[in-house]
Write a protein that binds this ligand. Structure first.
Ligand code: NAP
Length: 484
């Protein structure tokens, strides 16, 4: 199969924080791969901007090294790297000062799409937005891209939204959640709304419960001090898990357009019931041989920040009344996996008798590793010996189904950056969504801060604290296995 690449219009993309970790690891290697895929128009230019005093050649060399280190797939050869680097320019700029801004103003072309990636800490968003405006670099068609964390609570998110809104319309603001850029996440919408098969069953009458798991094997490592100020609830649940929850639970939008989709997602967040703290477990990984504990990595022997969280949520609407949504995420867990599992109810009556056991259908949507969708169905075990039932997967792994084309699936950052250039906000969070998500998480965080709640210890390489399993057990259910 030949992959279809739709070129985008000519653009100038300015990356504030062009010397930072995210630019080196994700943004520039991602742009390079889109260049290799033939998606970048001939005139497109990328301008790095940060305080480090590079000249253009120095910056190109810096990015060459980043691409060599971080771009494994779709490498299109040494001559192509040169051609790509030729698109790069650099301006030494201080977000808080005046240096570099007039130069940037001169470089950014007005007759092409221009986009500004704020790959810097949120404390600089206001300074940059203000200066882009003051130096007349942006216009009503310009786009800005901002990274998580988008606030650390409702008040700070509101403040950030206000800072950006002072200079940009909501239609110009692209808040990145890279989970939304994953192929499977979009496939989830295709599966739900492109087939007649699933949607009639997609409700409390037929779904027993839904599980969303995002497990990481890495710890907080060198980011310990930074992470300790946030924790799993702020770092993962408020954004990534919440977005996945929205996509799985939302009503069908009337059209696949940004506001129709985001309106439906917002309704889900607003319909979330407050979390019952009896159905929430926080954890912190312990030391394991040479591998330090969370507290050691965080540099605080008394830290009460969670590196794991599991909880049960409910959505108060007609579709989902009474259906539990279990969310779980943690660091230093058994395996790296992200999965949404829709566990359907048993057939209402088993004609095969009690011995046949429970055979609920499960639709599993894997985000990583090995993106794909599996439906577990029950069949007769082949061969003689009567009617014995077994469960087999109907598997739709992208790698198998699409062959070589799966190799060309852009990663989340590549796709999202190209969406910015195309002006498509469907896979970006709107300001009101972010605020609604904080409005739901804030009381939970405040309540455990008030009670000085101490997370439960868990073993590295496990599935989290025992209490998380007990919480499920009380509900007569089990967590999905985290397979190595
Ligand atoms: P980083 O490595 O610390 O990079 C920060 C960048 O900002 C550097 O390029 C730095 O360059 C520039 N900078 C700092 N102060 C500046 C100033 N006054 N004027 C102009 N430029 C300035 O951070 P990062 O990891 O790339 O993260 C960037 C943003 O993305 C953060 O908001 C982070 O939370 C978010 N994010 C990062 C990741 C990731 O994987 N790294 C993932 C998700 C979200 P100079 O020192 O040369 O000025």
């Amino acid at each position: 199969m030949v992959s279809r690449v739709i070129p985008v219009d000519d653009f100038d993309l300015v990356i504030f924080g062009g010397t930072g970790d995210l630019a080196r690891r994700k943004i520039l290697p991602g742009l390079y791969r889109r260049f290799c895929a033939g998606q970048m128009p001939d005139g497109a230019r990328i301008i790095g901007a940060a305080r480090t005093d590079y000249d253009t050649d120095g910056y190109r060399q810096f990015i060459r090294e980043a691409i060599e280190e971080f771009s494994e797939k779709n490498d299109c050869g040494p001559e192509r790297i040169d051609a790509f680097l030729h698109r790069l320019d650099y301006v030494a700029i201080d977000a808080k000062g005046t240096g570099g801004w007039p130069v940037l103003a001169q470089k950014v072309r007005r007759n092409v799409i221009n986009a500004f990636y704020f790959s810097v800490g949120p404390s600089l968003f206001g300074d940059i937005a203000e200066r882009l405006h003051a130096y007349d670099i942006t216009d009503d068609d310009s786009r800005i891209v901002v990274e998580k964390p988008f606030g650390r609570d409702l008040a700070s998110a509101r403040q950030l939204n206000a800072v950006l809104a002072a200079h940009f319309d909501e239609s110009q603001i692209y808040r990145i959640d890279h989970y939304l850029g994953k192929e499977t996440v979009q496939n989830l919408m295709a599966v739900r709304f492109g087939n007649i098969l699933f949607e009639p069953l997609w409700n409390a009458q037929f779904v027993d419960h839904i599980q969303i798991t995002v497990a990481e094997t890495v710890g907080v490592g060198g980011r310990g001090e930074y992470y300790d100020k946030s924790g799993a609830m702020r770092d993962m649940v408020q954004n990534h898990l919440m977005q996945l929850l929205c996509l799985i639970a939302m009503e069908p939008p009337s059209r696949f357009d940004p506001d129709a989709v985001r309106d439906e997602k917002l309704k889900v967040i607003r319909a979330l019931e407050p979390v019952d703290l009896h159905h929430l477990v926080r954890g912190q990984y312990e030391a394991d041989g040479d591998s330090p504990s969370y507290r050691e990595e965080a540099g605080d022997p008394r830290s009460r920040t969670e590196s794991f969280i599991a909880m049960r949520c409910h959505i108060s609407n007609w579709r989902w009344a009474g259906t539990p949504f279990y969310l779980r995420t943690g660091k230093r867990m058994r395996a790296r996996t992200s999965e949404i599992a829709v566990v359907f109810k048993d057939a209402p009556h088993s004609i095969f008798g009690a011995d046949a056991g429970r055979h609920a259908n499960v639709l599993s949507i894997r985000l990583q590793p090995n993106e794909g969708i599996t439906l577990k169905v029950t069949i007769k075990e082949p061969g003689p010996g009567g009617m014995r039932l077994i469960d087999v997967p109907l598997d739709m792994s992208f790698a198998d189904a699409l062959g070589d084309e799966a190799e060309d699936i852009p990663d989340a950052y590549e796709r999202l950056i190209m969406d910015v250039i195309r002006g498509n906000q469907t896979l970006f969070m709107r300001g009101d969504e972010v605020e609604a998500a904080w409005a739901w998480t804030d009381p939970v965080i405040e309540s455990w801060e008030r009670r000085h709640d101490v997370p439960k210890p868990y073993e590295q390489g496990s599935t989290g604290p025992e209490d998380a399993a007990v919480m499920m057990h009380r509900d007569g259910r089990r967590w999905r296995e985290i397979k190595v």
